[in-house]
Design a protein. Structure first.
Length: 404
């Protein structure tokens, strides 16, 4: 097999001659030369300057991340059998999780680099699989992966949701629709079951693969701290995940704030779907920062506020600006809380680690003039595992705070 090779510009050996555990990304600046002429999505062999094998990986000429590592054994070329085995392992790791969480019909089956399948995300919603192929290497394999995934899982349909910005960095356009299996009719009202609640899911237009599965455990935890009769603000509410849990927990009022009118329309449906009293709910479409300042100026207060904003810091380069945004929104929330009120605040930015986020909250509390206790640490659920040599996989972090 004549596999192109990428030669790194420096040895990966430590002073004692041992090789450290590799990060699964090889940046363009680390590639000294190429033997052969690989095309976008080809598999290349990554080698040390002396020719020693390191790993096979997907080659991407358009991205700063030039190679994403796959197999680390020269005897295991990542062919169709290799990918089938990796999918089988990844799905199997979630099998008991799904069986023991019978109140949910959804789960992340493949989490990219964390499962040794960089650029691939597969979520299960009942009998439907929805995937994102985020790299040119995985994009070339979508039909093979779809067929294998249906065989392993027993699902009936495999859809792609490829309408995301990251594909453009790989030189790829948007690509969505059915890849394998039986199509789901456009007029089907599809629901995600979660901890005894139901949520409408837009399979074709919803965010990411249709729903945010990573907050499943955190939504339940938050609801356990909401007192009966509490005034709750769900900020960046999207389709009302946290707000629905708050209403179910007996909140006296729930205010759902999001910039998307269409997301709030689904949130209203979710209230009705779960037989919750919508007269206790207020739906506000607008910019969160502007609305929170308006609440502050009007002297409006709450007992519990949830902040689950979009990704303010997708990379380290955007961190300084993101820190200001996280500080401002948390400062405003702290000022809106009654004495002893609770703040559940999150960051899904891989560019901001947990300690940095905590530092930002400290700045916010100081400027707000509020004493704050951290009483719970939030993270991502077991179906979103963190790979030790890929710290970027630990993207979701949060704190439950009591504001005194």
């Amino acid at each position: 097999m004549n596999t192109p090779s990428a030669i790194l510009d420096r040895t990966l050996l430590k002073k004692d001659g041992s090789r450290p555990v590799l990060h699964p990304w090889i940046y363009a600046s680390a590639v000294q030369s190429l033997n052969g002429n690989p095309a976008a999505g080809d598999i290349v062999a990554v080698r040390e300057p002396n020719g020693a094998f390191i790993a096979f990986g997907h080659y991407s000429p358009h991205s700063r991340i030039r190679i994403r590592l796959l197999s680390g054994k020269e005897s295991e070329f990542p062919d169709s059998k290799w990918f089938f085995s990796k999918l089988e392992t990844s799905f199997g790791l979630r099998k008991s999780y799904l069986e023991k969480n019978a109140s949910s019909n959804s789960c992340r089956l493949v989490f990219g680099e964390s499962d040794g399948l960089p650029g691939l995300v597969i979520d299960r919603y009942g009998s439907i699989l929805v995937a994102q192929f985020l790299t040119c290497g995985m994009d070339r394999l979508k039909e093979m992966i779809a067929t294998a995934a249906l065989e392993i899982s027993g699902a009936t349909a495999f859809y792609e949701r490829g309408d995301c910005e990251i594909r453009k960095l790989e030189g790829l356009g948007d690509s969505s629709g059915l890849i394998a299996g039986k199509p789901v009719p456009d007029d089907v009202d599809f629901h995600v079951a979660e901890n005894g609640l139901l949520f409408h899911m837009d399979l074709f237009k919803g965010q990411k693969t249709g729903f945010f599965l990573d907050q499943r455990h955190n939504r339940r935890t938050v609801s356990e701290f909401i007192n009966s009769g509490a005034d709750v603000l769900d900020c960046f509410s999207y389709t009302g995940g946290f707000g629905i849990y708050a209403a179910k927990a007996g909140a006296g009022s729930v205010t759902l704030l999001d910039e998307s009118e269409s997301a709030l329309a689904i949130a209203r449906k979710n209230m009705a779907l779960n037989n919750l009293d919508s007269s206790k709910a207020e739906f506000i479409a607008g910019d969160a920062f502007s609305v929170l300042r308006e609440f502050r100026d009007r002297g409006r207060q709450f007992d519990f506020i949830i902040l689950d904003p979009p990704k303010f810091a997708p990379t380290k380069a955007t961190l300084p600006r993101a820190e200001r945004a996280y500080k401002d929104v948390n400062l405003l929330a702290m000022k809106l809380l009654r004495k002893g009120g609770m703040l559940a605040t999150f960051s899904c930015s891989s560019g901001m680690d947990r300690e940095n986020f905590r530092k930002v909250l400290q700045w916010a509390s100081g400027d707000a003039g509020r004493d704050v206790q951290i009483i719970w640490n939030f993270s991502q659920p077991p179906d979103h595992p963190v790979r030790l040599n890929f710290p970027e996989s630990e993207y979701l972090k949060g704190f439950l705070c009591r504001v005194l």
